[in-house]
Write a protein that binds this ligand. Structure first.
Ligand code: HEC
Ligand code: HEC
Length: 209
């Protein structure tokens, strides 16, 4: 049943390529369904209100595509996540399982969608003294690839400014343990940071609101 449905859909897709309008409509409704699923954790337009779920609205198209490939290759841990709302609220899954269900076309459409949204910075508490020290560490070690205090999406390295502090804490832990593979040139910069430096950096990113 499933295989034949897929065959029908792919035949339809091939036939529809000649008509731009049909392809556009088909893609738009699928995207709508996909986005609704993502929104059950990442919030409306990727503006997550859950501190362990990253804000993804306004990150670059390339970064979304790359992240999905990284999950698919398991070069990033499959951290258990609960649906925050929707029909599966409270049910557990993880990003690896979610990515495994997506086609390349789905991922491209989702990446375009989220890149077109605005990064809505988290409203959260931070320690101003730690944030001030963190800024210095950022400026001399991280600014080159995470431009404008980690707020630019254009460097395809994610957006750090205004990201949720609990998500960042988890992320630094995954990098330190080696479970999340680091970009080659980021590694030496990260490895020379003390625990204190990392805390300060996280408060700096969290202070940008
Ligand atoms: C059950 C909740 C849940 C759902 C549904 C979900 N995500 Fe996630 N997503 C998470 C969590 C939690 C993380 C962070 C976990 C981690 O560190 O790997 C994450 C991480 C990501 C990241 C990496 C962000 C970064 O800054 O590196 C991207 C991109 C992403 N999700 C996109 C999506 C898309 C697109 C969908 C819909 C197809 C989706 N997610 C559905 C919970 C969810
Ligand atoms: C040579 C470029 C480069 C340098 C220098 C660099 N980074 Fe990165 N960083 C990247 C790239 C590329 C990614 C995205 C790849 C990935 O998903 O792991 C990234 C991802 C990250 C992420 C994950 C973002 C997310 O949304 O999950 C964090 C956190 C981070 N970097 C922190 C830092 C800090 C802190 C420094 C300075 C000590 C730093 N980086 C220096 C290139 C760099």
């Amino acid at each position: 049943m499933r295989a034949s449905t897929r065959k029908i859909l792919s035949t339809f897709a091939t036939a529809a390529v000649t008509s731009g309008l049909i392809v556009f409509n088909a893609t738009a409704s699928d995207l709508d369904t996909l986005v609704k699923g993502c929104a059950n954790c990442h919030g409306k337009d990727g503006a997550s209100t859950e501190s362990t779920v990253p804000i993804i609205g306004g990150i670059s198209e390339q970064y979304v595509i790359d992240s999905m490939a990284i999950y698919k290759d398991r070069d990033r841990p499959c951290i258990e996540a609960e649906y925050v709302e929707g029909p599966d609220k409270g049910k557990k899954t993880d990003m690896c399982k979610i990515v495994d269900e997506l086609s390349e076309g789905d991922i491209e459409a989702l990446a375009k969608f989220y890149a077109g949204k605005t990064f809505v910075r988290a409203k959260q508490e931070f320690d101003p003294a730690k944030a001030a020290s963190g800024q210095k560490i950022h400026d001399s070690n991280c600014e080159k690839c995470h431009a404008d205090g980690g707020s630019s999406a254009e460097d395809d390295a994610g957006v750090l400014a205004g990201q949720w502090i609990p998500y960042l804490e988890q992320t630094f832990k995954s990098y330190a343990s080696g479970e999340r593979i680091m970009p080659k040139k980021m590694k030496p910069k990260m490895e020379k940071l003390s625990d204190e430096d990392i805390k300060n950096l996280i408060h700096y990113y969290g202070s940008l609101q």
